[in-house]
Design a protein around this ligand. Sequence first.
Ligand code: TXA
Ligand code: MG
Length: 348
Amino acid sequence: MTEVLKVNPLRPEKEVIERAAEIIRRGGIVAFPTETVYGLGANALDENAVRKVFEVKQRPADNPLIVHISRLDDLYLLASEVPEIANKLVSSFWPGPLTIVLPRSEIVPDVTTGGLWTVAIRMPSHPVARALIEASEVPIAAPSANLAGKPSPTSASHVFQDLGGKIDMILDGGEIIHGVESTVLDLTTSPPTLLRPGPVSVEELEALIGKVSLHPVVVGESEEVLVAKSPGMKYRHYAPEAELVVIEGRPELVRRKMEEILLEKKMKGLKVGAVVTDEMADLQVDVVKVVGSRKNVREIAKNIFRVLRELDAEGVRFAVIEGIEPKGIGLAVMNRLVKAAGHRVIRV
Ligand code: TXA
Ligand code: MG
């Protein structure tokens, strides 16, 4: 049985948090809102609890989890070395959507890190996430609270769709803020390597610490050719029912290309869809999903995982996706879209 409890996202009720923390302390699993996406939390230091997280998500054992903390002291407990650059980053971006990868300490179990010698750590800013970690009095390992291969959940109902009945509790704190998962930065290389683009942009990181190298997967290279540095990279993140194609370039050309491809697929009798910005909302297609204005990338980021879920739910068999500018959080959005499309991208 999965208990779903509403919680005030700004001022989480003590009794609610205490019940959830009790579950974490005794080795159970609680889904909770963070500022990025909903997470699936367990005591990061309890092997059995973490193993359960892998099981219910059907996540491969070599894809490590991010450990979430609420006090800076815990960074020094979990990492065996904290270089100056880490201090600089966390004083600017924590609490918030930045995950850093550092050499792990002995207290972190193998299951949590998928056997790696490093550990990924982040201090979330969402009041519910913080309150839960504090009340649990342990660091919380939490992948996104979706089944492996599904889009990350941006609402409690997405979590329920994937994991209802399989976990102890879902804290429903309503909407998330960013809509794409945290930026993951590996600090064991010099310069640091961006493993996953997210809400903290490359531009912001570089303004603070100088050059950041982009892992090939970030710039859209296919996973198969990579030696996986971040094991999560080699797994297809979202395997939609629909065949997806991202089309990028000048808006007029993108529109023309979309119309051409949609017509062709429609003639084959397929239910077709499109994921577009406001500016292209009038496209003639069976199912159109509007993600927001091209001028407001933050809004697009917030909607993207939801519309991908909706395409599947509505039985779309083929969909075009309008590419957006890969700047700021736009890089994270494009990274997720290109993955969802299995690297089918057309540039016009
Ligand atoms: O925003 C987020 O980060 C959300 C919320 C819940 O905090 N969590 C999340 O976790 O997205 P997950 O498990 O879905 O993604 C974690 C990513 C994976 O790509 C994983 O491979 C990578 O972080 N990762 C974890 N530990 C790592 C490590 N030691 N070295 C390299 N990559 C690591
Ligand atoms: Mg995930």
